[in-house]
Design a protein around this ligand. Structure first.
Ligand code: FAD
Length: 462
């Protein structure tokens, strides 16, 4: 398979020269013990832990494109110690205790990913430098300090979440403005392309067969129908995230949302002395429509933001390089870090993630049909896919463990409404988000109703 097909403007795949493309298995199987649909983090972590726990299992991974084609090979590379929906659980009296359990499990997951990478010799440029969330306005300072105090009241401490005052924060990241930062150590910057391809190689070496260029059309109990033929399978795990609508009957399970990324040319030491990020901390700020950045190991800045939904949950094969969102992402980066105003942008790419209607990840396995699934990470699945896969594996093997008790296991995704409602809803969220961010940038004060609506939609804590 030609390396060129992996690039499409994606910096992570463009920098994979030292990783060999996977070889296609020779014969298409009639039967496997476990069929996994999708070769992203969820599918490959599931294959990895299944093989680790039950090495004799015959496992086939069926992938429509190639290993890492989806969000797993395109993301911002934040392996986070939290996941979408957990903050909202902490706010709720009824869900707080399960939220704390999930948060702790996610914090441990950052270390678990690092541990496996070391044990399996997957060099994904893992650096656990934590995350800085920069406060730009006084109301963000107040809100972030309040959120840290709240987490401390739940048993987390300064070692988990802490406030970095203005001067020290500006030394960590010379963003403008920077009134201080909320910091957590529970995040590692990774090179997602190296992680997903490395995982693919390791599971293959352990005997898992990966069938690339093999779209799955339909999943029924005991049978996976692919474009290359049917496979009988004792158990079937769906790990297709934002692409789930490509499988018969799943059109409204997850909403595919696109986000856009750029990478700069490698920046010299003087520039990095000005910028900061000495520990390769990942960073964002207090705006409603999230931006995200990381310093890559080869000293570029990879930066993303801007959401897009296409009518009818349309899936694009590639995002056009002239898409106006790339200019918006570049402008957001250069406004935040003006010293970058003259640097060259060498890469522009995008990808899509899956949004469940309840806005939280799910892990399910039906013992009667033998069919399971995990996903719905809403753009925060680099670490969460590892935890979800470990829970999915225990469910698949019929083991009752602490992982199978996690709240995600009881989440059942409800379907999204038909069009044009989905499209109208996504437009409204984007409009309100842009308006809230623009008004806060202009006045320096919190946007009253718009901010609250968005925080409710995204399940964010104040
Ligand atoms: C630009 C971008 C930036 C992001 N940044 C971050 C970040 O910094 N931190 C973070 O935590 N999360 C981030 N995310 C989200 C994160 O990347 C995802 O949540 C995670 O990678 C999901 O992994 P997955 O394996 O479930 O799905 P995917 O990686 O999307 O994999 C699904 C796979 O299934 C295959 N597939 C789909 N349909 C079929 C079918 N019918 N038959 C066979 N195969 C099929 C696809 O080709 C794909 O390879 C980002 C996402 C994007 C797009």
């Amino acid at each position: 398979m030609a390396q060129a097909m992996y690039h499409n403007g994606n910096f992570w795949f463009d920098s994979l020269a030292d990783i060999e493309p996977l070889q296609a298995p020779t014969a298409f199987p009639e039967q496997v013990d476990v069929a996994i649909v999708g070769a992203g983090f969820t599918g490959l972590w599931s294959a990895y832990y299944l093989k680790a726990k039950q090495p004799e299992l015959v496992i086939g991974v069926f992938e429509a494109n190639y290993v890492g084609f989806g969000a797993s090979g395109r993301n911002g590379g934040w392996c986070m110690g939290t996941a979408e929906g957990i903050s909202a659980m902490l706010e709720s009296d009824a869900e707080r205790s399960e939220g704390v359990t999930l948060m702790r499990a996610m914090q441990d997951t950052v270390d678990e990913v690092g541990r496996v990478c070391q044990a399996e010799n997957i060099d994904c440029h893992y650096a656990k430098g934590g995350t800085l969330t920069i406060a730009r306005y006084p109301h963000e300072v107040d809100a972030m300090k309040k959120a840290i105090d709240f987490k401390h009241s739940l048993g987390f401490d300064d070692d988990d979440f802490t406030w970095i005052p203005q001067e020290a924060s500006s030394q960590r990241l010379a963003a403008e403005p920077n009134l201080g930062a909320s910091y957590t150590k529970h995040c590692a910057a990774i090179h997602p392309g190296r992680l997903v391809r490395g995982l693919g190689e390791r599971v293959r070496a352990k005997g898992v067969e990966i069938f690339e260029d093999t779209p799955v059309l339909r999943i029924e109990p005991g049978i996976v129908t692919t474009r290359r033929g049917q496979v009988r399978a004792g158990k079937i795990l769906r790990a297709t995230e934002g692409y789930t609508g490509s499988i018969a009957g799943q059109a409204r399970t997850l909403m595919p949302l696109y986000t856009h990324m750029i990478a700069t040319q490698p920046l010299d030491d003087d520039m990095w002395r000005d910028i900061g990020l000495a520990r390769r901390e990942t960073f964002d700020d207090g705006r409603h429509l999230t931006i995200y950045g990381q310093r890559t190991l080869d000293n570029r800045l990879a930066f993303g933001g801007c959401l897009e939904y296409y009518f009818g949950s349309k899936l694009l094969s590639a995002l056009p390089q002239a898409h106006p969102n790339f200019a918006k992402v570049e402008s957001a980066m250069k406004t935040m870090l003006p010293m970058l105003s003259n640097v060259k942008i060498t890469h522009k790419w995008g990808g899509l993630f899956g949004v469940p209607r309840r806005g939280r990840p799910f892990v399910q396995f039906d013992r009667e049909t033998g069919i399971g699934a995990a996903g719905g990470y809403v753009g925060e699945g680099v670490g969460a896919s590892n935890l979800a896969a470990r829970a999915l594996v225990d469910l698949t093997l019929g083991r009752a463990t602490a992982l199978t008790e996690l709240a995600w296991v009881r989440e059942t995704p409800t379907t999204w409404p038909a069009e044009p409602l989905r499209w109208l809803g996504s437009r409204a969220v984007r409009l309100i988000g842009n308006q809230a961010d623009a008004s806060e940038a202009k006045t320096g004060r919190p946007s009253k109703w718009a901010g609250r609506v968005l925080d409710a939609v995204f399940g964010r804590a104040s």
